[in-house]
Ligand binder design. Structure first.
Ligand SMILES: [Fe+2]
Length: 436
């Protein structure tokens, strides 16, 4: 696709349905957007020891996150330079001192460099040593580990990590500052949930505050009804603390606020959020106060950001130490991975609460996530309709919006969705040609 064809799909207040349904657009996203942007890969606590690795995808590119013998994390293309065989197939494991291709036993150090090729004399005089295949497993363009969160850019040249994320990193900062010992540790494998819809629908939903009281009435509304019938026993069970705020009124979500940052990042919950009213966990504030002192500990906990979108396809929920990664598998297929992190030095009850939230909201067996799934899948099917070509993003829209600046607005605005599409055009077309 050409750059002008991409630009024609986004009109500020509306986007063409092809952004969700077209195979050509999807292919262009994989080749351009997911190559030019910084993409979340994993957390360094998933690969704590030398030789530890995880396998995942950046867009449609299979990659390996591995801890090399020098202690550094490397992101390698998961492809043998010989015949293309995926080197690592497990989701996670330890490869020891080297990777060995299961097909012809070409082997590579854990930074990707070639180690050995069996019966090597067969290549004498063939010129193999002058090919990139001889070098070993290719590394991605750039890697950055930020407070343990590993991000990569496939492209060798492009925007820097700091410029791409800017002040949006404050949500990760807050999540990490919540740990009395100042670091996070993965609490286990993610919950995985397959969705038959375009990946962007899921990302947009992270800052969609006009759907919870509607789409989740069947789950959260029913839970509230049952709780009332029970006479609202005290103390409120954790499950009720989690689910009841989903039924908050529009006014609550309006006053919650949405902040947008340049390059497609933004978050709900500027002033407060559906996570503000959880019961305190005994011993936690005391532990945080010991580290930071009273004033700073309070300020850290007062920050109650709901969902922080890291464009293009990841979300962090700082008050609950959660991260959701939306991995595109096709124009109409997305794998959601929902992680929980443990705060080093915090009571176990915290991770129990976060894990409960993850199960209740994000698991395939969740009582909430399937409400959203139903809406996305219906939208994916409904967009086949020729009744209208355009999808509306006009709530609290102002012509001439400037996405190069930080802005805080009414929490029901769709500005963050428009911000994402503004960045989408920018990074899609960064290395695209204009039509002749
Ligand atoms: Fe939802």
């Amino acid at each position: 696709m050409h750059a002008d064809e991409i630009r024609a799909l986004v009109q500020g207040h509306q986007v063409h349905r092809d952004v969700y349904t077209s195979h050509a657009v999807y292919q262009a996203e994989m080749r351009h957007l997911f190559a030019n942007a910084w993409i979340f890969v994993g957390h360094d606590s998933q690969t704590p020891n030398k030789g530890d690795y995880i396998t995942t995808q950046i867009g449609d590119q299979p990659v390996i996150q591995v801890r090399h013998s020098d202690g550094n994390i490397h992101i390698l293309h998961n492809r043998c330079p010989h015949k293309g065989t995926k080197i690592a197939i497990d989701r996670a494991g330890n490869t020891g001192k080297f990777f060995r291709c299961p097909y012809h036993a070409w082997s590579f150090k854990t930074n990707g460099c070639r180690l050995a090729i069996p019966l090597k004399k067969g290549y004498d005089g063939t010129g193999l040593e002058n090919t990139p295949n001889y070098e070993g497993m290719a590394a991605v363009g750039a890697v950055e580990v930020y407070h343990g969160f590993v991000f990569a850019r496939l492209a060798y040249n492009g925007i820097s990590f700091e410029e791409f994320f800017g002040d949006s990193l404050s949500s990760i900062d807050n999540m990490v500052a919540r740990a009395p010992e100042g670091r996070l540790k993965i609490a286990g494998p993610p919950l995985r949930y397959m969705h038959k819809c375009n990946w962007k629908m899921l990302v947009e939903n992270q800052t969609d505050t006009c759907h919870p009281m509607v789409a989740h009435e069947s789950s959260a509304g029913t839970a509230i009804d049952i709780f009332r019938e029970m006479g609202e026993p005290e103390p409120r069970p954790a499950a009720m603390q989690i689910i009841a705020p989903f039924m908050s009124a529009y006014e609550f979500f309006e006053s919650m606020g949405i902040r947008t940052w340049p390059n497609g990042h933004g978050h709900t919950g500027v002033n407060m959020s559906i996570h503000s009213d959880y019961d305190a966990i005994p011993g936690y504030y005391e532990a945080l106060k010991q580290t930071h002192g009273e004033r700073k500990a309070k300020a850290i906990l007062d920050e109650s950001r709901h969902n922080s979108v890291y464009f293009p396809n990841m979300m962090v929920k700082a008050p609950l130490q959660q991260l959701r990664n939306f991995i595109p598998l096709g124009p109409d297929k997305t794998l959601v991975e929902s992680y929980v992190y443990r705060l080093a030095g915090a009571p176990d009850q915290l991770v129990a609460m976060s894990s409960m939230y993850n199960r209740m909201i994000n698991a395939p067996t969740s009582i909430v996530g399937h409400d959203d799934l139903e809406m996305y899948e219906r939208a994916q099917e409904g967009l086949q309709s020729n009744g209208l070509e355009w999808v509306n993003l006009q709530r609290l829209y102002e012509t001439g919006e400037d996405f190069d600046v930080e802005a805080v607005e009414n929490g029901t605005t769709e500005r963050q969705m428009r911000n994402q599409f503004d960045a989408w055009v920018k990074f899609m077309t960064a290395d695209m040609e204009e039509a002749a």
